[in-house]
Design a protein. Structure first.
Length: 666
């Protein structure tokens, strides 16, 4: 073969994509074939990356938001030299393979984020671009720009139809994320066919209204037009850029190009064979001619890019050794060496609390102790800062003109807020936390789920956790929310009863690196519970004996959050009557479930079958702790509008009702 042309190189993507989808008889060949020319220009000429070191800290980030086009990304990773083999491509969509139907985060292979649900990838990318801007403001110094990279995104019609794209891209424009470049695969086709029947948006005008730099009507199959558009994008200093690329879905397919049939199904053996002829691609399936493979390999170029940056970073280390050490620590995800002392200051502050306090206020008290020494702890709220108490004493808002802050006003964008937090965590250097009302976790749910799926250490501060918020009524009163969050695999949920439990929950959340944490906090004030030092230590185990009796208990009461205080009143009254009742506070059910069997037995001895659980929410989860002969006091209907005290009486969540429930077991 003579020196391959750009079209030859792009056709390698088309061949691998249609062959892998055909072998699996499952997948989406249309978008990879349609975006191949754009990908070839970007990945070979502009993307700053090193396949030999996929996690190089100053690499550009690439996000395939239209994740159904996963074979596009897999082909690019394989061709450019990442450790993704041809056998991995042959195993496309098979059990246990690295090449899933939608990309799943594997940064050591070059896959930056998981993109299954449409729209979340672009929102993650906004978080990545924001992370770069924040880190640059915090660590770069004149003549030492060691944090300097771009975030590139491929999106399709579906991503832009999803509402999260509006939330995230509006925020990106407001914050002037100038190093964010998005390629819109404007092929006019979705699963049901021609999108004009259900989406007649003027997408360029929409993005211009966000404050984006928009490049319209680029021929997505003309490499020179693509290069010219990218050149304009990288010259743009302050505004993110949308490059609108007119493409043909399934470009190159013999008879199906431009049709919806290429979107989500294999081309078919006859069409694949005919497409090979049309493209002039003579190689057998999964074979890449040596000249094309050599032209695609980016390891030498990437190594040179990384080496040049490493020399700059070495000069930075010499000039600013403490800053360099802190940057490396934060990007590694390691906590500071003195984290135990930081955590103890938070616990001491909690122990000093005396009078009743809402746990949302307890949370702010803890943040004021734990936040200032942790530069990675970047906060925020979905327009509820004063209610969520997420603004701490050292908080400084990030603004379009000043990125040196540590607090993000997300606006009323719960879904995008969570996905942007995921992007901040994915980028590295940050442990994001942000707040909204617990009931609005429904708006954010899919991004919450993706945080758990990707094992991201984001912290979700959800306040107004029950009917205790009072008069706002059932639309604001969470019922099923805590239980449903507990059901998400890999999610850790804490519902503390006072300031010390809140402090322990925060310390656990910050220390946790392999998954997200929910803090469900009250609007109403709760009394501080007296404890021994051992009880205080056992909070970190998720569940512990808060009140005990002499000898083996006759009955056990389990409570969380605001219900612990009323449970304590009931248990003390029962014990004063000569009963032997134990009160277990269980702020973190998943944490308790991970304890060894001996500890769990010491708290909930199997011999004690008289058990009552109480929580102001859905009851279903609690039966596994009380057994079929136990009782659960909770709420399995929607709430009501009224004063908090009246609501708790109305729903039977009182110390008197709890006493009655225990006595009925005897």
């Amino acid at each position: 073969m003579t020196t391959p042309t750009r079209r030859d190189l792009a056709n390698a993507i088309r061949a691998l994509s249609m062959d892998a989808v055909q072998l699996a008889n499952s997948g989406h060949p249309g978008a990879p074939m349609g975006m191949a020319d754009i990908a070839e220009v970007l990945w070979r000429d502009y993307l700053s990356h090193n396949p030999a070191d996929p996690q190089w800290m100053n690499r550009d980030r690439f996000v395939l938001s239209n994740g159904h086009a996963s074979m596009l990304l897999y082909s690019l990773l394989h061709l450019t030299g990442y450790p993704l083999t041809i056998d991995d491509l042959r195993a496309f969509r098979q059990l246990g393979s690295h090449t899933a139907g939608h990309p799943e985060r594997e940064p050591h292979l070059g896959i930056e984020t998981t993109t299954g649900p449409l729209g979340q990838g672009i929102a993650n990318a906004v978080g990545m671009a924001l992370a770069e801007k924040l880190l640059a403001a915090q660590f770069n110094r004149p003549g030492h720009e060691v944090v300097e990279h771009r975030t590139w995104v491929f999106v399709g019609d579906g991503c832009l139809m999803e509402g999260i794209s509006h939330e995230a891209c509006s925020l990106a424009g407001t914050l002037k994320l100038g190093k964010l470049v998005v390629f819109f695969d404007d092929n006019g086709i979705s699963i049901d066919g021609d999108v004009r029947g259900w989406c007649a948006d003027d997408a360029p005008a929409r993005f211009e209204s966000y404050g984006w730099h928009v490049i319209r009507a680029v021929d997505g199959h003309d490499p020179e037009a693509i290069r010219a558009a990218i050149d304009k994008a990288v010259q743009q200093g302050e505004r993110p850029t949308l490059i609108c690329c007119k493409t043909v879905i399934g470009w190159g397919a013999a008879t199906k190009a431009g049709s919806k049939s290429t979107h989500g199904e294999a081309l078919g053996a006859e069409e694949v064979a005919a497409t090979r002829v049309k493209l002039g691609w003579t190689s057998p399936p999964f074979e890449i001619p040596a000249p094309i493979r050599s032209a695609w390999d980016q390891r030498s170029r990437g190594g040179a890019l990384q080496q040049a940056w490493s020399q700059r970073f070495a000069a930075y280390q010499q000039a600013f050794p403490e800053l360099a050490q802190e940057l490396l620590r934060r990007l590694s995800g390691e906590l500071p060496a003195d984290f135990d002392a930081i955590a103890q200051r938070a616990l001491d502050a909690a122990l000093a609390a005396t009078g009743p306090q809402a746990t949302r206020q307890s949370s702010q008290l803890v943040l004021n102790a734990i936040g200032p020494p942790l530069g990675e702890l970047v906060g925020g709220s979905a327009d509820l800062t004063g209610s969520n108490n997420t603004f701490r004493k050292d908080s400084k808002a990030v603004t379009p003109a000043d990125a040196a802050g540590n607090y993000i006003n997300y606006g009323v964008r719960e879904f995008a807020m969570t996905a942007v937090m995921n992007g901040l965590a994915l980028h590295g250097g940050f442990r994001p936390y942000a707040g909204t009302f617990l009931v609005f976790s429904d708006y954010a749910r899919n991004a919450v789920r993706m945080a758990a799926l990707m094992h991201l250490g984001v912290i979700l501060v959800y306040t107004h956790d029950s009917i205790g918020l009072g008069e706002d009524g059932p639309t604001r009163q969470p019922i099923e929310h805590v239980s449903s969050l507990r059901l998400i695999p890999g999610m850790s949920v804490w519902r503390p009863c006072d300031t010390l439990e809140t402090a322990v929950a925060w310390v656990a959340a910050v220390a946790r690196r392999n998954g997200p944490t929910v803090l469900a906090l009250t609007r109403q004030a709760l009394p501080q519970q007296p404890r021994t030092a051992e009880q205080g230590r056992n909070i970190a185990r998720g569940g512990y004996t808060l009140l005990d009796c002499s000898g083996t208990p006759e009955a056990i009461v389990i409570a969380t959050g605001s219900e612990v205080a009323m449970a304590a009143t009931a248990v003390n009254a029962l014990n004063a009557q000569g009963r032997r009742v134990r009160l277990v506070s269980m702020p973190g059910t998943d944490t308790f479930d991970r304890q060894d069997a001996g500890y769990r037995e010491s708290v909930l001895p199997a011999v004690v079958t008289r058990r009552v659980a109480i929580e102001a929410g859905a009851t279903a989860l609690w039966w596994k702790y009380v057994g079929s002969s136990g009782r659960v006091l909770g709420i399995d209907s929607f709430g009501a509008s009224g004063k908090a005290a009246d609501l708790f009486r109305h729903f039977g969540l009182t110390a008197e009702k709890l006493q009655q429930a225990v006595l009925e077991l005897f």
